[in-house]
Ligand binder design. Structure first.
Ligand code: NAD
Length: 494
């Protein structure tokens, strides 16, 4: 079956007439369909359409836009089971996780809809008499949205709903590893009442993404993906004076102190490291164990990891699905080799699973390395798979130093019963998110989300902060004195 781009409520083929196949990573013989490998001409058409639609959409009262977005959330609820199966089939994570992915979009829709009745501005005193100062948010125009495949609905929704709520129009270039979910997103927005041209989807790879970045009438780029791609995009946006928000890679650490509730920590590490097959920007990929509980916790962890049920996410009993594609499978296996060559100790896993039905997909055994040193590549580089690197800390300060010794800074966690350790971690861990006695994954839609260092560029999605990406501030001075008043000149202090 062939799928098309979505522009102005029409499903249209790409000008390129080139296609890519979308495969089920749990069974690569299961081909979901062919999608257009779009080019600059497709982006041009979508951006022109979105620009025309901006005139009316941006002038629609914000709460009316909010009603449409709220309806989209309700349709996501209605189509949740169907969409979860589509998403699992194309990107592999188990159905209970893809339902969670959609729930995040529902929460974001309702949150964004509510924000359309706020979008607060400021009204402040003037330094001059009979003068009033206001500042309020204005929409920017066409927003280019470029996303990764691991949260095919949730992550795009963090960008699309606030962008639309604020009065912008959107051209979205979804990941070529999860394009089918994007088709359903478009169907839902259309049914909800989003007018033609306000929301457009152009499928493809880096070529289409780069054309979106380069287009002069795209005033904002909101990107989620790897640090390598994001950095490249930011450089272009810098040269083009374009607003850009980046959500990029992570290498998230969990600290487990000797006083922690180890059963609680065990559940958290299992879920953080091997949920979504470790393919989350917030996945736990570094585990820092306080010396007194090091051996005991590892024994507990290995026992649980070895009993994880692995297979197609469409099977409701499965706990961990495949990795996304051949490239990623090769990359993870090469990091496993690198870890062994660097001298880390392979405690469990470390191989591709290729017996029985698993032979048809990209399955890798959940893998744990111990004796990992901070100089090793498996400690420093994002692997984005079911691989956990463990180091031993002899004190809280040592644990903190290990956690912070990273070029990334997205999520982090500490398990402890000590108020002192918990508060010191909140204050001193260099990350955009810190969890106390909870895993590194589990963001909520109404809270700021994003990272420091090479994870981001200072923006935050989620919550109220996302509107800083999708709006400009307009400042207005109203002088009703009836005479010329000169700021600074008439108010000199000497
Ligand atoms: P990727 O960087 O390869 O691709 C991301 C998107 O960018 C895709 O849509 C891709 O087609 C597009 N793209 C690639 N090259 C481009 C270019 N030159 N110009 C414009 N667009 C281009 O990332 P991926 O493999 O799809 O996703 C995995 C990465 O995403 C991991 O590093 C992960 O940590 C990160 N991620 C981050 C977050 C976060 O919120 N911080 C969330 C999810 C995933």
């Amino acid at each position: 079956m062939r799928f098309f781009n979505y522009i102005a409520h029409e499903w249209i083929p790409s000008a390129s007439d080139r296609w890519f196949a979308n495969l089920n990573p749990a069974n690569t013989g299961d081909i979901i369909g062919e999608f257009p490998r779009s080019n600059a001409a497709d982006i041009e058409q979508a951006v022109r359409t979105a620009q025309e639609a901006f005139r009316t959409w941006s002038r629609m009262p914000a709460p009316r836009r909010g009603e449409i977005i709220r309806r989209a959330g309700e349709i996501f609820i209605r189509r949740k089971d169907e969409l979860a199966a589509i998403m699992t089939r194309e990107m592999g994570k188990p159905i209970f996780e893809t339902k969670g992915d959609i729930q995040e979009a529902i929460d974001t829709a309702f949150y964004s809809a509510t924000e359309t009745r706020r979008l607060f501005g400021y009204n402040t005193p003037s330094e001059l008499p009979n003068k009033m100062n206001l500042s309020f948010r204005t929409p920017i125009g066409v927003c280019g949205i470029i996303t990764a495949w691991n949260f095919p609905i949730a992550v795009p929704s963090w960008k699309i709903f606030p962008a639309l709520a604020a009065g912008n129009t959107v051209v979205w270039k979804p990941s070529d590893d999860a394009p089918h979910s994007a088709v359903i997103f478009a169907e839902i927005l259309e049914e909800a009442g989003v007018p033609p041209g306000v929301f457009n989807v152009v499928h493809g790879d880096a070529e289409a993404g780069a054309a979106l970045v380069e287009h002069p009438n795209v005033r904002v780029i909101a990107f989620t993906g790897s640090t390598a791609t994001g950095t490249q995009i930011a450089a272009r946006c810098g040269a083009l004076n374009k607003k850009v928000s980046l959500e990029m890679g992570g290498k998230n650490a969990v600290i487990i102190m000797g006083d922690a509730d180890l059963d609680l920590a065990l559940d958290g590490v299992l879920w953080g490291a091997f949920g979504t097959t470790g393919q989350r920007c917030t996945a736990t990929s570094r585990l820092i164990l306080h010396e007194p509980i090091y051996d005991r916790f590892l024994r507990m962890l290995v026992e649980q990891v070895q009993s994880l049920r692995i297979g197609s996410g469409l099977d409701p009993d499965i706990q961990m699905g495949p990795v996304i594609n051949q490239r990623q499978c090769d990359k993870i296996l090469s990091y496993i080799r690198i870890g062994q060559e660097e001298g880390a100790r392979l405690l469990t896993g470390g191989k591709r699973l290729d017996t029985g039905e698993l032979a048809y997909g990209y399955f890798i055994a959940p893998t744990i390395f111990t004796d990992v040193l901070p100089t090793m590549r498996i400690w420093r580089e994002e692997i984005f798979g079911p691989v956990l690197s463990v180091a031993k800390a002899h004190s809280f300060e040592h644990a903190l130093a290990l956690a912070n010794d990273s070029e990334y800074g997205l999520s982090s966690a500490i398990y402890t019963r000590s108020v002192e350790y918990a508060f010191a971690a909140m204050q001193d861990i260099e990350a955009g998110i810190t969890y106390i006695n909870a895993p590194t994954i589990g963001a909520e839609a109404h809270m700021p989300f994003g990272g420091v260092k090479n994870t981001g560029n200072g923006h935050r999605e989620g919550g109220w902060t996302v509107f800083d990406i999708f709006t400009e501030w307009k400042t207005v001075y109203v002088d009703f004195s009836g005479r010329l008043q000169r700021a600074q000149i008439d108010t000199q202090s000497d």
